[in-house]
Design a protein around this ligand. Structure first.
Ligand code: NAI
Length: 255
């Protein structure tokens, strides 16, 4: 029975991934602020370290899967928190648990990105460079000065996707696969909060995928389940969109 850690397992996409992997015979260890096997605040260094310690205590240091779903949207209490959870918590867990994954059976890790990253592809964004340099406090200070939650969100997802692709190249020889799933709009509490927000609601509601609807969390979880399975044994370092055609609509020439 494969052992898989899922962050953000208490709600939305993470909840759906948690349930799907359980159904498919995984031992699943959820990590979330509450209502999970491991309660931890991944926005802080101490919270991440506590989560890693508890994961090791439960697994003995051998892990077959890691799915990083925990994330915050544009309605988060502050933009720095978006960077801490969406980017730095993910990079910290991936790097810390790489050795545990190396000991696993057909190991695979996955990051939930976002189609929101597409808008930054090919652009020079200083915040993205700071995120990729791994300087958490400098990045948080930078976004505090700008006060732009949409930029924080898009930059966090663009940078974490690039980080994952870099690691995929470095991890190749170890056999630990690593992929990114980039959803479009998915009906979750995060999406509901964004669409009801007086600042961003209109834009969120008007950004409709060619398929004409938002996804259910299970439609994203199915893709995650596939990528985490042996059926995807040669898929590595890729970004797969589950976005109803949004990425194609925004940038048909770049893929
Ligand atoms: P959600 O709000 O339903 O679930 C997010 C989970 O992350 C929650 O259970 C929350 O408690 C957890 N979380 C947040 N901060 C945390 C922290 N500091 N420590 C530990 N856990 C924490 O949101 P949803 O929509 O399921 O989002 C999951 C992922 O999918 C996120 O990374 C999000 O950015 C991404 N995504 C969502 C889209 C959508 O339209 N819903 C679109 C594209 C990407």
């Amino acid at each position: 029975m494969p052992t898989t850690v899922v962050t953000g397992s208490a709600s939305g996409i993470g909840r759906s991934v948690y349930e799907l992997l359980k159904e498919r015979g995984h031992r699943v260890i959820g990590v979330d602020l509450k209502d999970a096997e491991i309660a931890a605040d991944l926005s802080t260094v101490e919270g991440r370290e506590a989560a890693i310690r508890e994961i090791r205590a439960l697994t003995g240091g051998t892990l077959d899967g890691l799915v990083c779903c925990a994330g915050l949207g544009v309605t988060a209490p502050d933009s720095g928190l978006i960077l801490r959870v969406n980017h730095f918590a993910v990079t910290a867990l991936l790097d810390a648990l790489f050795d545990d994954l190396k000991r696993g059976h057909s190991p695979a890790a996955l990051v939930i990105g976002s189609v929101a990253a597409s808008q930054l592809v090919g652009q020079e964004v200083p915040l993205v460079e700071t995120l990729l340099a791994g300087d958490e406090e400098a990045a948080v200070a930078q976004i505090r000065d700008l006060d732009k939650p949409q930029l924080a969100y898009a930059a966090s997802k663009y940078a974490v996707t690039r980080f994952a692709r870099r690691r995929a190249v470095a991890w190749g020889p170890s056999g630990v696969r690593l992929n990114v799933v980039a959803p479009g709009a998915v009906e979750t509490p995060l999406h509901k909060a964004s669409s009801e927000d007086p600042r961003f609601g209109e834009a969120v509601k008007n950004f409709v995928a060619p398929l004409g609807r938002a996804a259910q969390p299970s439609e994203v979880a199915e893709l995650v389940g596939f990528l985490q399975s042996d059926a995807a044994s040669f898929i590595h370092g890729t970004v797969l969109y589950a976005d109803g055609g949004m990425d194609a609509m925004m940038k048909e020439a770049t893929f």
